[in-house]
Design a protein around this ligand. Sequence first.
Ligand SMILES: *Cc1c(COP(=O)(O)O)cnc(C)c1O
Length: 370
Amino acid sequence: MVIQLPMATKDLTFQVTHNENAKSAQEREEIFANPGFGKYFTDHMVDICWSEHGGWHRPRVQPYGPIALDPAAAVLHYAQEVFEGLKAYRHEDGSIWTFRPEANARRMQRSARRLALPELPTEYFVESLRQLIAADGDWVPGGGESSLYLRPFMFAKEAFLGVRPAAKVNYYVIASPAGAYFSGGVAPVSIWLSTDYSRAGRGGTGAAKTGGNYASSLVAQQEAYAHDCAQVLFLDSEESKYLEELGGMNIVLVHRDGTLITPESPSILEGITLDSVLQLARDRGLATEMRRVSIDEWRDGFNAGDITEVFACGTAAVITPISQLKTADYTIGSADAPAGELTMSLRQELTDIQYGRKPDPHDWMVRLDG
Ligand SMILES: *Cc1c(COP(=O)(O)O)cnc(C)c1O
């Protein structure tokens, strides 16, 4: 009989089962030629169990494949789930790195607390990424702005239809090769202002990275597509007056004096890309402000020539310039507006650090291989 030791033992020994049907180098190259986003997955995945009595146990790397779930698994009914997103980058010398993984680990712990899920210790989180890269390192593409997108997630697996936090939870990591988000060069996007729907409300789950926030944003996203917009911008749920964020990215306004202004709200997801971009701006001597920002401030500031650039930021696309905001009543900016200069230079600086082309003054990069 195998006795499962609880988390307190800090036993990080992963049991590894290799995938007998792993893709060939040629099949991988074919995927790398046109990976899209989130369409293809590597040969392995990480799986760690948690139970109320046993804590975290049975860390494994196993062949990528379907997860068997009881139809009564709580996540399917009550959405007790959290996730993360970060990337593995291949540097010029072949080594594999990721960006600020401890920040993702801590955010996942905060998300888990909000969803009454167990907290995965930071060292388990980082080790789980290392373990997946040890098995699937060949899946990290090289060149350009390609990367391997890492998706850790955790959900309530217990089969029980009563409403309470699950006593059985699993944590997984899967990975998906990603090409340059903008294949034809970074293109500014139009975004749609949602006035009928909110992303999150006071005391809700807006600050947690959980699927439910995305589920409730989809209908607003459909509205954006119907208006030829790539993304939707949400306002605060109480007054419909203050900027919150896009469906899955934070937003930053740039003042003509170089000040970066980003909305502050308890229902915004704290982006690690946002935090990093603000830090790089401060390193340049620019001011950053995190405060309430009204939609009128943006419109009036744009018309007066004070707000000169706007961009969205998040791990997947790094920084996306925003050319215009469309609303039911008016438009700010124009679809053919070029990407802002500061926007693009901050984007360049951040990606240079991530891809190892420039020094990393804040020790953000963590090596995953070797
Ligand atoms: C993940 C996410 C972001 C961006 O966070 P990063 O850490 O920069 O990737 C922003 N908003 C929402 C709602 C998110 O889920």
